[in-house]
Design a protein around this ligand. Structure first.
Ligand SMILES: Cc1cc2nc3c(=O)[nH]c(=O)nc-3n(C[C@H](O)[C@H](O)[C@H](O)COP(=O)(O)OP(=O)(O)OC[C@H]3O[C@@H](n4cnc5c(N)ncnc54)[C@H](O)[C@@H]3O)c2cc1C
Length: 597
């Protein structure tokens, strides 16, 4: 069976030494998050993830979900009891606002906990994961009545939520959606249509399921501009808050799919179901974007979490499995063969995975901190800066980190050779489960388009200029501090490549939009490469400071410095190639006529 141990020391290092969250005690929520409380939360979440959730991961994969003729869906054996424990321990309430029964802790702490749950059991986490996004959307756009009716139970975990965008003929292009909403005399709407691929659409873990559904009100423009957002509960909610009559929404089928078998991916039929408008009519996409942005950060984390789980198993295997001799005679052991971890090519796979995952974790937690600062900082300039940077890097966190998480899972599988392809060791499940993260919540190609087409030009390029300034400043500071791992020296030319590529896109995109479309993906990769380099710069600085004051964990910090050097020398030079791909423009990409394919 695969192993999983929550990387609590890694999380603590990022929260305390790299992000220094202690300095935000003036931001609501942070004052309560004392280091002792955070330590206790991380330890307990790690224990729950590895002892309760990880053992159910294989069971969920093998048993999957089952749908009965009446449309009800049973989750895999053990999920129901684990979800009850999860709810009773209060995990769903961690970061939710105290006004609705939450603990009001910082998002950055909740994100750290979610990583463990996701590594242990991706499919299980998804029953709760989308609920946080729905809570965020209702908080921003819901009426007081909707908030009072739905939030307390969503916060407590008694109810869960779903996100309904996709239809059979409409995925990326939401303007095509056909689900209709007919206004009713009592102010509600009758929702009719079919949604597909709905994660956690029907299941047996919660007393009610609250669907957030995109639909067009009769008479609205038949484009993205005509989309509204509705709350459609599985059970209508009585005035006393209890679940009442069954609504006309049901699961028509379960999708059979490559991975995350433990999560119910449903076809949902809305047959005149009663729904209530969230926010203003025809402003549904804006309201849904709050949920989607939260979900995109969550999916970036899913990528890293699967990479971490796979990597832990690859390391354990590489220390045990003996094949071949170390290339340098002095490193050969007494046996006929050495553990494969002595081979440079095996090290390459482990080092790449380690370098992506550790910096990816830092970047997701940094992103979660920007969520906190953007929402709650008392300083307006800080709120704007956090919003700018988070908006810019959300598609990168989703797109680049899921690519790297998947690559880490594949490299970890490769470390096991043929045994990685065989079910027993669990690596093939990590690969299958990680793969969806590159596809859903907007494919990674669409994330790249979002970055180049919307996020770069927004506010006259204010966010990307702010990013350049911040990374440039951090490079200068690291240089002044002696550049302990050489990360600053390597990051400076990579940043220069990114700046040059940005100017090239600004100059060559508007004249020929195919240049922006063809360059978008390598551009997202270049921003991702630099962002992870930036995180290594920060981590190397934090570790060098910790070694200087002799904080008692020298080996941990020396490993950080060594991994930062690896990233600086083996990964950051890729910036030149990415820049050249972008500057090559669209000509060769688009040269062939369609018939030539
Ligand atoms: C397991 C699973 C769970 C899911 N969960 C949910 C859920 O809970 N809720 C929900 O609403 N949806 C969900 N989805 C749907 C998912 O978000 C979509 O599948 C995804 O966004 C892509 O849409 P599509 O499949 O229709 O692909 P399409 O939109 O048809 O895209 C096909 C290809 O064309 C590319 N493409 C499309 N348009 C453009 C363009 N303008 N420029 C460049 N490239 C383009 C895409 O990148 C992709 O490579 C889920 C899907 C799966 C498989």
């Amino acid at each position: 069976m695969p192993i999983y141990n929550a990387p609590v020391q890694e999380t603590r290092f990022i929260l305390n030494d790299v992000l220094d969250i202690g300095r935000y005690s003036n931001v609501p929520g942070f004052a309560n998050a004392s280091p002792d409380l955070i330590d206790a939360i991380l330890d307990e979440a790690g224990r729950f993830a590895s002892e309760v959730l990880a053992p159910l991961n294989r069971i969920g994969d093998e048993a999957g979900c089952t749908r009965a003729d009446d449309g009800s869906v049973a989750t895999p054996p053990g999920f129901k009891d684990a979800f009850r424990q999860f709810r009773e321990a209060g995990w769903p309430t961690l970061v939710a606002p105290d006004a609705y029964g939450g603990q009001g802790l910082p998002q950055v702490v909740g994100t750290a906990v979610s990583e463990y749950v996701l590594s242990a059991n991706h499919a299980f986490e998804m029953y709760q994961g989308l609920t946080s996004g729905a809570i965020a959307a209702l908080l921003v756009s819901g009426s007081d009545d909707l908030k009072q009716r739905y939030l307390p139970k969503l916060v407590s975990g008694e109810w869960t939520a779903t996100m309904n965008l996709t239809e059979p003929h409409c995925g990326t292009d939401l303007g095509l959606l056909k689900t209709r909403a007919e206004p009713q005399a009592d102010g509600s709407y009758a929702i009719t249509g079919t949604k597909i691929f709905i994660s956690s659409g029907e299941h047996d873990l919660s007393d009610n399921i609250i669907h957030l559904v995109l639909a067009k009100i009769a008479g609205a423009p038949d484009t993205v501009k005509g989309i509204s957002l509705f709350v459609v509960p599985k059970f209508l909610v009585n005035d006393d808050g209890s679940p009442g009559q069954r609504n006309a929404v049901s699961c028509g089928a379960l999708e059979k799919k490559m991975g995350i078998h433990g999560n119910a991916t449903c076809v949902m039929n809305y047959d005149g179901a009663r729904g209530w408008l969230v926010g203003a009519p025809e402003k549904g996409l804006q309201a849904m974007f709050v949920m989607m942005n939260a979900a995109r950060l969550g999916v970036g984390l899913q990528g890293i979490a699967q990479g971490e789980a796979a990597y832990q198993n690859a390391v354990a295997y590489a220390k045990e499995r003996r094949q071949g001799r170390a290339l340098r005679p002095g490193e050969r052991g007494p046996d006929r063969a050495d553990p494969i971890i002595v081979h440079p090519d095996v090290r390459r796979m482990l080092m790449q995975s380690k370098a992506w995952i550790e910096a990816g974790r830092a970047l997701v937690l940094w992103g979660a901190l920007q969520v906190d600062l953007g929402r709650r900082s008392p300083d307006e300039a800080e709120r704007v800066r956090a919003d700018d940077l988070l908006g810019l890097l959300t598609p990168v966190i989703k797109g680049y980190l899921t690519d790297k998480g998947f690559e880490a899972a594949v490299l970890s599988q490769q470390v096991l050779g043929g045994h990685g392809y065989i079910r027993e060791h669990g690596l093939e499940q990590f690969v299958r489960d990680a793969r969806i993260t590159q596809i859903y919540e907007g494919t990674n190609g669409i994330q790249a388009m979002d970055l180049v087409g919307r996020k770069l030009p927004r506010d006259g390029g204010r966010a990307i200029r702010g990013f350049f300034e911040l990374v440039g400043k951090n490079i200068a500071e690291a240089m002044a501090a002696g550049d302990p791992a050489g990360a600053a020296a390597a990051l400076a030319p990579a940043l220069a490549d990114l700046q040059a590529a940005t100017i090239w896109l600004a100059e060559n995109g508007p004249a020929n939009p195919d240049n922006a479309g063809a360059g978008a993906y390598p551009y997202m990769e270049l921003v991702g490469l630099v962002s992870l380099g930036w995180m290594w710069l920060k981590m190397a600085g934090a570790s060098a400071r910790a070694i200087a004051v002799d904080d008692g964990d020298r080996a941990f910090h020396e490993a950080k410095l060594a991994t930062a050097s690896f990233y600086a020398q083996r990964e950051l030079p890729l910036s030149g190639a990415l820049r050249r791909q972008i500057e090559a423009g669209a000509e060769t990409v688009m040269a062939l006529p369609v018939d030539a394919f």
